[in-house]
Write a protein that binds this ligand. Structure first.
Ligand code: KG4
Ligand code: ZN
Length: 358
């Protein structure tokens, strides 16, 4: 069956067609990067207006790229949670209108579960048996909006073991980049700066959050504040005029590079520490792979540390190719197909939900 997928949870308007829950026939993503850059982050109202303007042409492009007509679509899948409510509503309304007018089933997909299924799908040539042999799996989502660890029994049966209690890891990368005056989105800029020759990742001793002894939750706000103080100095008492003594313009390129490298070391360690705990806690559960999704999995240091951990734990590490790693609708269509098989379709009462399901 061919499933049309729609994704509008944050600032990408995306549509895709996927066959048999694993072969990507088309994958169109319209980024809103330019619209939000001046604000240093996503502005929800601007995002939902842009989705409303773009959704119809983007869906048409996905069909055109696939060389298909409306009649060739067997079902419509939509990322209906979690995300910005105004953005999700546009995708859900479009998906309902299409499903109703085509008289095809509709299925609502959790965006985070879809990131993990994209990892299990492999490079697009893997067959169903290979994909399914990757379960049970541990799942890690690291993106601008989310940081979470899952135990995935199957593509459609997942338990969230932990998630961030404050900032997402990508948000921390972006905020630290802003503190260093590197622009938005900051993740790739920090990655590049930290990879420069001579970068000293132990120049600053930044905190790595552990939380409770058994916790698989994350926290990045303390790390972010420590970077702020490292760059600007500690805030002055009110009596002395308050505010900070300096900003990033007082730092040399080499000093910024060392802050970026030290931050990246702490942020990556915060992730691998919790993954190690998760592997320990899931010993005996038959975990066969580690599925990784979300934009921060592009980070070179995180990739290499995760690969090392996978090797140590004897599991396959699956990170999708970049177009399926960042927000896209192919992952929504693919998981939608699997959900149709295991739990059937939703109906036109499907709603947009800002929070994740499990
Ligand atoms: O998954 P994604 O495309 O969108 C969300 O759902 O958030 O992730 C975007 C996030 C941004 O915070 C961006 O700074 C971060 O991924 N990112 C990176 C890298 N490339 C993108 N963070 C660290 N290193 C990178 N190379
Ligand atoms: Zn995402």
């Amino acid at each position: 069956m061919r499933v049309l997928g729609i994704e509008t949870s944050c600032d990408e308007t995306a549509a895709a067609v996927v066959e048999d829950g694993r072969r990507v026939v088309s994958n169109i993503v319209a980024s809103q990067f330019d619209l939000h850059a001046a604000f240093g982050g996503v502005v929800p109202e601007i995002a939902s207006r842009a989705h409303a303007e773009r959704i119809v042409p983007i869906v048409r492009s996905a069909l055109r790229q696939a060389g298909l007509a409306w009649k060739d679509i067997g079902a419509v899948a939509v990322g209906h949670r979690p995300g910005l409510i105004g953005s999700l509503l546009v995708g859900v309304a479009a998906a309902k209108a299409l499903a109703w007018s085509l008289d095809k089933p509709i299925v609502g997909v959790d965006h985070l579960h879809a990131h993990l299924y994209a990892a299990a799908m492999g490079d697009g040539t893997d067959n169903r048996a290979t994909i399914d042999a990757r379960y049970p799996a541990l799942g890690l989502v690291v993106s601008g909006g989310h940081t979470a660890i899952y135990l995935c029994q199957s593509p459609t049966s997942l338990d969230r073991l932990g998630s961030t209690i404050d900032d997402a890891i990508g948000e921390a990368f972006d905020k630290v980049a802003t503190i260093l005056g590197l622009g938005h989105p900051g993740g790739p800029a920090i990655d590049a700066l930290a990879a420069e020759e001579g970068a000293n990742d132990t120049a600053h001793d930044l905190p790595i959050s552990r939380l409770d002894r058994d916790s698989l939750d994350f926290s990045f706000s303390g790390l972010k504040t420590s970077v702020l103080y490292a760059v600007r100095g500690h805030p002055r008492p009110k009596a002395e005029g308050g505010g900070f003594a300096r900003d990033h313009t007082a730092l040399s390129h080499e000093q910024k590079r060392d802050v970026a490298a030290s931050f990246q070391r702490a942020a990556c360690r915060a992730i691998t520490l919790k993954l190690e705990r998760a592997f320990e806690q899931c010993a005996g559960r038959g975990v066969r792979s580690l599925l990784v999704g979300g934009g921060v999995s592009a980070n070179r240091r995180l990739r290499s540390e995760i690969a090392e951990l996978g090797h140590k734990c004897g599991v396959e590490v699956c990170v999708p190719p970049m177009p399926l790693c960042v927000d896209n609708a192919a992952m929504i269509a693919a998981l939608g197909a699997r959900q149709l098989e295991t739990r059937g379709a939703d109906d036109l009462t499907l709603t947009a939900v800002p929070t994740t399901g499990a």
